[in-house]
Structure formats: structure tokens, C-alpha cells
Design a protein around this ligand. Structure first.
Ligand code: CU
Length: 159
């Protein structure tokens, strides 16, 4: 019984910590390239890698690509497509500006302009959800422990 109450308290603590984490580290909107926006960079793709290096991207954040429709595009491509400016294996293409793209999964994502990639209009971002994963795993483990305790308690009642 004491163990059951302790685990219930532990589940509550993890849930509260998780909610706190999500309210304090709220979703961020990142305007790609800052005031310059999504355009042909004057000095190559360094402008976008430098911009990305100053940001922390989390799952749930949004990327906003500011561009004039018809002048540029945003295509999500694998690393090879990013390196070679090749859109064959693109997963998405956004042709209407501004384009808001939600970062829904962890890992590195690559975006290129299908018109001007070779002129350096490309961006690579890396997202981290390590803290999120730790919370989710911990909560799941505690729920499992709690369920096991409930079953044990039921077993005791029958006896
Ligand atoms: Cu372009």
C-alpha cells in the first residue's frame, strides 16, 4: 500500500515537472535568416549555417521561411539532396511564402530553395528532444509500476 502511494506521488511529480518544462521552454518560432529572410545569400550558404548555429531547435518549434511566392521555394530533402542541390528525393515542397514548417520529429532536417540552392540558399537544422524523451520514458515506467501495484492490490483483496 505504501509503495502504491509512493508511486502515485512519483507519477504526479514527473507529470508536474514535465508540464513545467513545457511551459518554461515554450514553443519557439524561428524566422529563418532573421531580417534577411529566405533569399539568395550575398555570401553563400554561410549566412544560414551561422544563423542556425545561434539557435536551439526543439520538437514543436516552427520555422518560418519569409519569401515572395514564385521567387523562391522551400523543399525538404535528405542530406545528399542538400549537399548536391538535388530535389529528387524531396519529402515536401512549399511554394507559397511565407512558409511555416513545424519541426515535428527529432534529427537533422535539410531545406533548399529549388531555384537557388546552388547559390547557397539552403539550411540545415538539428533538433534535440533528449530531455523530452527522458520525461516520457520516466512517466511510462512509473505508470507501469503503478499498474503492477494496482494488480497486486486487487490480488490481495481477493485473497
Ligand atoms: Cu530561391
Amino acid at each position: 500500500m505504501a509503495g502504491f502511494q509512493l508511486n502515485q506521488a512519483a507519477v504526479m511529480i514527473v507529470m508536474v515537472a514535465y508540464m513545467q518544462f513545457h511551459t518554461t521552454v515554450a514553443k519557439n518560432t524561428h524566422v529563418v535568416g532573421g531580417p534577411a529572410g529566405w533569399t539568395i545569400p550575398a555570401s553563400g550558404s554561410d549566412i544560414y549555417s551561422s544563423w542556425a548555429a545561434t539557435k536551439t531547435f526543439k520538437v514543436g518549434d516552427d520555422l518560418v521561411f519569409n519569401f515572395t511566392t514564385g521567387k523562391h521555394t522551400v523543399a525538404e530533402v535528405p542530406l545528399q539532396g542538400y549537399d548536391q542541390c538535388n530535389t529528387t528525393d524531396r519529402t515536401h515542397i512549399y511554394k507559397t511564402g511565407p512558409a511555416t514548417i513545424a519541426l515535428t520529429k527529432a534529427g537533422t532536417r535539410h531545406y533548399i530553395c529549388t531555384f537557388h540552392c546552388k547559390m547557397g540558399q539552403k539550411l540545415s537544422v538539428n533538433k534535440s528532444i533528449i530531455v523530452d524523451l527522458i520525461f516520457v520514458c520516466l512517466a511510462k515506467i512509473l505508470v507501469l509500476i503503478q499498474q503492477r501495484d494496482v494488480m497486486t492490490l486487487k490480488g490481495l483483496k481477493v485473497m
